[in-house]
Design a protein around this ligand. Sequence first.
Ligand code: PMP
Length: 438
Amino acid sequence: MTGAVFSRAAGRDLPVVAGGRGTELFDTSGRRYLDAAGGAIVVGIGHGSAEVADAIATQAREVAYVHGSAFKSTALEGYAEMLGPLLPVDDPYIYPVSGGSEAVETALKLARAYHLARGEDRSVVIGRTGAYHGNTRGALSVSGRDGLRAPYLPWLGTAAHTTSPYEYRCPFPDSHPYGCGARHAQALEQEIVAQGPHNVAAFIAEPIAGAALGACVPPDDYWPAMTAVCRRYGVLVIADEVMTGFGRTGRWFGCDHWGVRPDLLVAAKGAASGYWPLGLAVTSGEVHDTVQRAGFVHGFTYSHHAVGAAAGLAVLKILSRDGLVDASARRGEQLGAELRAELADHPHVGDIRGRGLLWAVELVADRETKVPFARNERMAERIAAAAKDRGVLLYHSTGCANGSEGDLLVFGPPLVISPAEVTEVVTGTAAAIREVSR
Ligand code: PMP
């Protein structure tokens, strides 16, 4: 019997990718696709960068692998030096790993280690309804997507959940749109009290909820109120910037929109733009010094990988030199405006929301009542398939920030997308929606 690949698209015949350049991908039959999803909102600097490929090759030729407990590398030291001032974390220490879930696991462990080092046995981490933080055991335990969690529930650890800021169906409609940030903070405080304040180690959340929930931008009073509650109870703030980091939302990090200074931050995806499986767990100097004093031991075989650092550094230089964070903000405004102009009146488009180059269209059966489609009538997956037939790649999700199942089209193109390509994405999407809703 021959070997076979475990499929991530069971039952579907996938094209074979042959190459990529900027926002474009090509399959082996020569078809061109405009990539408006960056894979899974990963590719920031665009496909096919010779510069990043050269940086990876140079490092691999010099030395591909050493264990992080035996050697430092100039690639990693240089990476930390350039990245440090861009991070919204005080005196940041960077723990490089191989992806988002590993970064989340690292941050969860660091949070517990921090409290233990201070003589406090805090083990509960509070996440949010509907949230996605990864598929490993710890990351899944703090995630709030019931569909993904249910089969593993008895196996998941100490986690609790609080409300998600979901403006389209605000859980506090009487306070909406002014003052619901304070109500979310109240809900968090109630959860901390219910768990016992001395048991709660950390609160984990994305600054702007990513693709799983469809680019939910919180109200401006949300983050100041949430961080104030965390500080009051000595609960560490973990910002999950796996999707929002590295310019995706039009600032270097999602936290920057509100001046949030988390104790821990995790990133991945855009960090190496898909050129290397690079993730980062970042601690404040205070957390770092505390856990180091207590002899924190942690690591994976491939953490601190020099080639990963070389890829990350090359990507960072390109983001910075080519002004791609500002480009993300500008092109994002265009994308949002054109999505609204083209789709806002469609009878099944309930909401269009986003920031920078992370946008979502939420589809509903009835726009007036916001009633979602029955499972077998959902549109997003079919629209994404119709758009792919037209050569536009979209991301779709069944996540919903209130914990139920949703119907979302998500846009996260490479930050190098041109104004004309933004329009091409929107017209391709609109045509696909028309085709599916005929
Ligand atoms: N956190 C968030 C917000 C994510 O979007 C993801 C991946 N979609 C993860 C964590 C997990 O990252 P990975 O798939 O690299 O393990």
